[in-house]
Structures are given as structure tokens and as C-alpha cells.
Design a protein. Structure first.
Length: 448
């Protein structure tokens, strides 16, 4: 390892530590702290100030361009579901079916089902308002922060597991193509690994991590607008509409070419931004009816949305800046070179490379892209089934979400935990998914 490599690793470690210290000890807003960490990394690693500034701008624009509109539209839809009492109505109905004890398990499996066709961020902004409403309607004897958090962590586990392990999510699908794996077998193996992983990392682990955690008040203020809750079937239609649009767009790719061409509009509608925008436009009249023209309702929807969106978007944008500076400085390339120099199992090597890049850059997608870029030759030479390497890389790509991951701040804002408690709950959950997933992949690769 050259002196330049050591300098880069030291700069990354100190930059991330600086951001964490400014947030936890200095009580600075994550937006400012993460930007300070990003500029420190760039300058300490030897990047010119102008290049560091360009990397910061690119990181912010990339993450807000891909995620910002999804978050904003999801927040507005969540506000509509809450203000119309649709969310609480559905949540009460679900709790009658499951009871308090079964609620975390129901939350887990609904998240896995809904999350299959969705990006993680889309599933998060769609599902967590319903889960939060369910938590708020728990009986007083069970209405504690720990019980509420168990419901939300279970939903997050379901969303994260299918995002990491089950195609057609972009990460696993990219790895399937790069490693020439069989898509059908990868999906089957992924589901076999995903279900027990989600069960352990979700409801079971949350029984430990949720203890003693205090939740902040909800992002959106409570309003009594006198809106009568819509029919449950109508509320469910609103929630499932973007899920169906996005899933239909994925299925369109499997149709014959001439039929797929005639359904070109479906491909456009499956874009998460378009799907959520259409759902917002449909939800307004269906959830509020004639009351839609009431200025109080309009103010409540958009004021709550914009207040919540501002803080969230600033934090995830700065997280994207830190990630991009680390990538531009060459850290992901360096870690890939170091990891590929050894002779270890391709399954373990793929997981380890993804873990290193995930820790360094905070991006599951960058971790997956980097890992699959160095693995094809290793997989071909070893003779191991590429499907297992795909799943190992997916498991490694979600290891220990922390301050350079924009998703860390999105989750923190939605579930209402402090920064230390987000480490204790969300970061531990992601690490459990990664480690349990690897263990199950290893075991299953010898049995199947």
C-alpha cells in the first residue's frame, strides 16, 4: 500500500469521524456537519478545492435528482393519508386482524410484499405513514415508544431485505447481468434467504434494539379538520396505485416486443416520480371530495409536507455529497484493489468488497457496482454458482448504514429517533441483514 493510499484511508476515517462528532457532540444539523466532513475528506485526500466543490455539488444533485422528488411526493401523499384519516382507518382495521402481538409480523410481510417492485425510498415514504398510524392507534397499555418502534423497524427490515436480495431491484439485477447468473434461480434463492433474514433482523431483533429508545414527535402536526375517513377500499386503492403502476412497468419488459411497444405509456407511468405524481393527483379528490377546496386542508397538506421535506432533503443531499467526495477521491477503487488481492471464497470476497465500499461511500448501489466489476473473473475461475455471489454482494451492500448514507437520515426523520438511537436501531438492523444474509447464503450454497 502506497503513502497516497494510506493518506486516502486516513482522510476518509477522519472525515466521517468529524461529521459524526459535529452531529452528536457539537449538536450541528446533519446538513452542515456532513458538508464539513465532505470538504475535509476532499482536501485531506489531496483533491483541489475546486474539484472537491464539484464533487460536493455532483453528490447533492445526484441524490436529490434521484430521490428528492420521490421523498417530496411521498411526504405529500403521506400527509393526505393522515389528514383524511385514511391511514388511521386502515391501521385500525389491520390491528383488529393481527392484534398487538402479531402487528410487527404483519408489518414485516406487508413491507416485503409492497417493497418487491419499489425502490427502497419509494416503499419507505409509502408504507411508514401507515405503520406510524398503526402505532398511534395501539391500545394505551401497549402504546409505548418501544412498541411503536418495533412496528416501524419490522417494516424497514422487510423493505431493506427485498431491496438487497431479490431482483428486479436494480442492485441485484445489475449483479445478475454482470455475473451471468440465472435470473429465475437468483429470485428463488433470494426469496429463500430473504424471509428468514427479515424475520430475525426485523421483529425478533427489534425486541432488543427498541428497548429504552425515545421517539421524537411526528414530523407532521396533528390537525382536526373534520374530514370523514374514506372507505377502506378507497384508501387501499390509493396506497396500492403506485405499487401497481411500478410493478406493471417491470412486467411489461417480459412481454413480447410488439405488445410491449403498444404499452409504452405503461413504462413511463412506472417511473416512481410519475407514479407518485399521478397518485397524488388521484388521491386529492378521492380522499377529500368537496372539502378539497377548503383552504385549511390545502394549507395543512402542503405546509406539513414542505416543512418535513426541507430538513430531510438537506440531510440526504449532504450525505450524497460526502459519498461522492469519497468516490471521487478514489476510495472505492482502492478498497476493491485491496480486497481482490487475496485468495478467499468468491462468496466471502464479493460480500467483503461490497461491505468495504458500503462503509466508505454509504451507497448500496456503488457497493454493488464496484463489487460486480471485479468479480466476474473470480467467479468464472472458481466454478461457484454465480447466483450465490450475487446474493452475497447484495447482503454486503447494506452493511452498517451510517452518516454518509442518505438513507440513514431519511429513516431517522421518519421514525423519529435521535442520531445515536438511529445507529442503535437502523444501523444495527442493516448490519444484521448483511451478516445473517451472508451466513444463510454460505449454508444454502452447500445444500442447493
Amino acid at each position: 500500500m502506497s503513502p497516497a493510499d494510506l493518506r486516502l484511508i486516513l482522510a476518509a476515517v477522519l472525515g466521517i469521524a468529524l461529521a459524526v462528532g459535529l452531529i452528536v457532540k457539537g449538536r450541528l444539523h446533519p446538513f452542515i456537519a456532513l458538508l464539513c466532513g465532505a470538504f475535509f475528506v476532499g482536501l485531506a485526500a489531496g483533491l483541489p478545492m475546486a474539484d472537491t466543490a464539484k464533487a460536493v455539488q455532483k453528490g447533492v444533485s445526484d441524490i436529490l435528482g434521484s430521490t428528492g422528488l420521490v421523498v417530496a411526493l411521498g411526504l405529500s401523499l403521506g400527509a393526505m393519508l393522515q389528514l383524511s384519516n385514511a391511514a388511521s382507518s386502515l391501521a385500525k382495521a389491520a390491528l383488529k386482524l393481527t392484534g398487538v402481538a402479531g402487528a410487527p409480523w404483519a408489518s414485516l410481510f406487508v413491507a416485503m410484499l409492497i417493497g418487491l417492485p419499489l425502490f427502497f425510498e419509494t416503499g419507505l415514504v409509502l408504507l411508514l405513514p401507515i405503520v406510524a398510524a398503526a402505532a398511534a392507534t395501539l391500545p394505551k397499555s401497549a402504546n409505548s415508544d418501544a412498541t411503536k418502534l418495533r412496528l416501524m423497524l419490522s417494516a424497514l427490515a422487510g423493505l431493506s431485505v427485498v431491496h438487497a436480495l431479490v431482483p428486479p431491484h436494480p442492485g441485484p439485477l445489475l449483479a445478475v447481468t454482470a455475473l451471468n447468473a440465472n435470473l429465475g434461480r437468483t429470485m428463488l434463492y433470494g426469496l429463500l434467504i430473504a424471509v428468514p433474514t427479515a424475520a430475525i433482523a426485523g421483529p425478533l431483533l427489534a425486541m432488543l434494539t427498541a428497548r429504552g429508545v425515545k421517539l421524537a414527535p411526528p414530523m407532521m402536526e396533528a390537525h382536526d379538520l373534520g374530514v370523514v375517513a374514506p372507505r377502506k377500499a378507497l384508501s387501499l386503492f390509493i396506497i396500492l396505485m403506485p405499487v401497481v403502476l411500478i410493478a406493471a412497468g417491470e412486467l411489461r419488459q417480459l412481454l413480447p416486443q410488439d405488445m410491449a411497444a403498444r404499452l409504452g405509456w405503461l413504462g413511463a407511468a412506472s417511473n416512481p416520480v410519475i407514479a407518485l405524481l399521478l397518485t397524488n393527483l388521484v388521491a386529492l379528490p378521492l380522499l377529500f371530495g368537496r372539502q378539497l377546496r377548503d383552504a385549511r386542508i390545502q394549507d395543512a397538506i402542503w405546509t406539513d409536507t414542505m416543512k418535513s421535506a426541507g430538513a430531510i432533503l438537506l440531510a440526504i443531499g449532504a450525505g450524497g455529497a460526502l459519498k461522492q467526495v469519497l468516490v471521487s477521491a478514489g476510495l472505492s477503487d482502492l478498497l476493491a484493489r485491496l480486497a481482490s488481492a487475496g485468495t478467499v471464497s468468491p462468496i466471502l470476497l464479493g460480500w467483503f468488497v461490497a461491505v468495504c465500499i458500503r462503509l466508505a461511500t454509504g451507497s448500496a448501489t456503488v457497493a454493488t457496482i464496484t463489487a460486480v466489476g471485479i468479480m466476474p473473473g473470480v467467479v468464472a475461475a472458481s466454478g461457484v454458482a454465480p447466483e450465490w455471489v450475487v446474493l452475497a454482494i447484495g447482503a454486503g451492500s447494506v452493511f452498517f448504514s451510517h452518516v454518509n448514507d442518505p438513507g440513514f437520515w431519511l429513516v431517522k426523520s421518519y421514525i423519529g429517533t435521535s442520531t445515536p438511537d438511529t445507529f442503535r436501531t437502523w444501523s444495527v438492523l442493516e448490519t444484521a441483514i448483511s451478516v445473517i444474509g451472508l451466513a444463510l447464503v454460505f449454508g444454502a450454497s452447500y445444500l442447493l
